[in-house]
Design a protein around this ligand. Structure first.
Ligand code: AQP
Length: 330
């Protein structure tokens, strides 16, 4: 079975962008691949974050992923910092990572603007991501559109390392992306990518009231200033969300009612809210159930990390040998 690796940052709550763009794919792939899923807490500290809530967010992310259908009986679920080899391999890969390419990464350019003094960790984020994937010599990586550039760099680092240290052998496979149909979910502001750090999200575990409170003021087609103004569904993010949460017939009806001003935006949002609440209800219930069984979550993460450390040590033994490090005396 080919191996799949993917990660998610515990930088906030699991949101519908993560779910539609990546996590639903994670769940579906479990039948066909050997899957390793990682909560990448070391990535989360490259942004502004609160140390007092990191551990809690990491546990909540684990609960969210399990509730979404990650199955610890077939897949590995673990926390990145519990496997120290991620950071070790990342350091080794920085020695062959081209600085110019790191500086050209779109996510780096966007996120670095949020800092007065840009931390080097933000620049090296894609190298750590490459290490995450290559450490397990994964062949497939389910991601949203925003991560394809980073994955391209991972492929480049695999090629470079193979050239420098493996005599051109494909020790590290060049991992391929698996993109979901929902490659880029836009946030409730109707403009930026839905992103934990931008606060434009709906978490998968929100209550029906919270979902409605967030959808009600969400951005729609600005041309619809009054109830009677017709709109253009293709430029409205609410319509885009209908396409992920509503049945085909409703999506068609939404488009017609928008173009003819048959519905106001609030009517359209109400229908979306009902469908979204229905789709997310099982996740919310499973999250609540799992939160009542903290020891089970602790065990799942501990077992996952133990297996991941074993797999990682196999790769690192080869990597350190091929890079010429003196082995530790046994
Ligand atoms: N808006 C999105 N649409 C589609 N896919 C998305 N993903 C994230 N946002 C969207 C995918 O979710 C997976 C996990 O993402 P991540 O948390 O590791 O990193 P991210 O892309 O940076 O997610 P956020 O929510 O935007 O977090 P912050 O704000 O902390 O940076 C990835 O596969 C990603 O493609």
């Amino acid at each position: 079975m080919a191996r799949v690796f993917s990660g998610i940052q515990p930088s906030g709550e699991l949101h519908i962008g993560n779910w539609l763009g990546a996590i639903r794919n994670w769940v579906a792939l479990q039948d066909q691949y050997e899957c390793l899923y990682c909560i990448v807490d070391q990535h989360a500290v490259t942004g502004q974050y609160d140390p007092a809530s990191l551990a809690l967010r990491t546990r909540e992310m684990a609960i969210g992923l399990l509730a979404a259908g990650v199955d610890p009986n077939g897949s590995l679920l673990f926390v990145q910092s519990h496997v120290p080899a991620h950071a070790t391999l990342a350091w080794l890969l920085t020695t062959i990572a081209p600085l110019g390419e790191l500086e050209r990464m779109t996510q780096y350019k966007d996120k670095s603007q949020r800092f007065e003094s840009v931390p080097a960790g933000l620049l090296c984020y894609p190298v750590l991501m490459a290490a995450d994937i290559l450490l397990y010599r994964a062949e497939k990586v389910p991601v949203g559109d925003d991560q394809t550039q980073h994955l391209e760099l991972t492929r480049e680092l695999a090629r470079r390392w193979n050239r420098h240290f493996a005599g051109g052998d494909a020790f590290f496979p060049e991992p391929e992306p698996i993109l979901s149909p929902a490659r880029r979910i836009i946030g409730l502001d109707g403009q930026a990518k839905m992103s934990k750090s931008l606060g434009n999200t709906i978490a998968v575990t929100e209550t029906p009231e919270q979902i409605w409170d967030k959808l009600r003021p969400a951005m729609t087609d600005p041309a619809r200033k009054t109830r009677k103004d017709p709109g253009t569904p293709e430029i409205c993010n609410i319509y885009a969300l209908h396409r992920h949460f509503s049945p085909e017939a409703t999506v068609t009806e939404v488009a017609v009612k928008c173009r003819t001003a048959g519905w106001g935006c609030i009517d359209c949002k109400r229908v979306l809210a009902d469908n979204m609440i229905q789709a997310l209800a099982p996740l919310r219930q499973r999250s609540l159930d799992l939160a009542m069984r903290p020891a089970e979550v602790t065990t799942i993460l501990a077992d996952g990390a133990a297996t991941a450390r074993r797999l990682a040590s196999e790769t690192m033994a080869e990597v350190t040998t091929r890079m010429g490090f003196l082995p530790e005396a046994s």
